[in-house]
Design a protein around this ligand. Structure first.
Ligand SMILES: N[C@@H](CCC(=O)N[C@@H](CS)C(=O)NCC(=O)O)C(=O)O
Length: 250
């Protein structure tokens, strides 16, 4: 079985894992997970008990959760792609530093804004939380602009999984209308260039549910219920879908 990426819609951070898979050249399939409904369902909790996307079912039938773990896995399976520099090198350390920054500080800076929206905050409460969110988002953009410096890509001279991941999170600035990215010229230039990348365009089209032209080795969508049934059918008799899945992933 090819790897299967469970990606969330709308506006999910799994966007970066789709881009990374396209850049990797690895054969893979996708499973679409609607948020917040399907992602929190009992069916999906069999894939990822913490009810989050992305999640990657590996070619050897294990389940890998968390964007950083998924991106590192994809990089390790496609060493020629340059998505993740070789461990033990200065390039790897810098790449890992940037990716960690994106996955923690950059990602987290938007949390107050999601919270204000999803919990319907109003009046003074909304003003305070939103102000905090704007402050945090501005700070991480300034930090990332400095990290980028004069490099063409986030982790140096070549595109890596950090650039892929960045594109999934950076758009939250546009969603919440926080700042004009042109205030950070290097970041804005990188963002504009990546928006034209075929893998990024592919990921946007996939999320919108439109026809998407893969320049990687995308092998189509699988349906969550069909997959769980298939795993149950492959498992020994008298086991539930959940047991079958657990057995499959070890
Ligand atoms: N630390 C996790 C965070 C994953 C995460 O927060 N995913 C969000 C979407 S970006 C999610 O699945 N949320 C569930 C929901 O909205 O119900 C990672 O890096 O993969």
């Amino acid at each position: 079985m090819h790897p299967i990426l469970f990606y969330g819609v709308p506006e999910c951070c799994s966007f970066g894992s789709i881009v990374a898979l396209e850049w990797s050249g690895l054969p893979y399939q996708l499973c679409r997970i609607e948020m917040p409904t399907v992602v929190s369902s009992e069916a999906y909790r069999r894939i990822n008990p913490v009810a989050e996307t992305p999640s990657l079912r590996t070619a050897d039938g294990r389940q890998v959760n968390q964007s950083m773990a998924i991106l590192h896995h994809i990089g390790a399976q496609s060493t020629g792609s340059g998505l993740v520099p070789a461990q033990g090198t200065p390039e790897f350390d810098f790449f890992n530093e940037v990716l960690a920054f994106l996955n923690t500080d950059f990602f987290e800076s938007f949390s107050p804004l999601w919270y204000a929206m999803e919990h319907g905050l109003a009046n003074e409460e909304q003003r305070v939380v939103t102000t905090m969110g704007h402050h945090k988002v501005r700070k991480v953009h300034a930090d990332l602009e400095q990290m980028l410096g004069s490099n063409p890509c986030l982790a140096g001279s070549r595109r890596t999984a950090a650039d892929a991941y960045f594109m999934g999170i950076a758009r939250w600035n546009d969603f919440h209308q926080v700042l004009d990215r042109r205030e950070f010229p290097a970041l804005a230039a990188l963002h504009a260039r990546l928006e034209l990348d075929p893998a990024v365009r592919f990921a946007h089209a996939v999320e919108r549910g439109e026809f998407a032209q893969s320049t990687g080795a995308f092998g189509g969508h699988v349906d969550l219920d069909d997959l769980l049934l298939r795993l149950q059918a492959e498992a020994p008799a008298n086991s539930t879908a959940s047991e079958a899945f657990s057995r499959h992933v070890g």
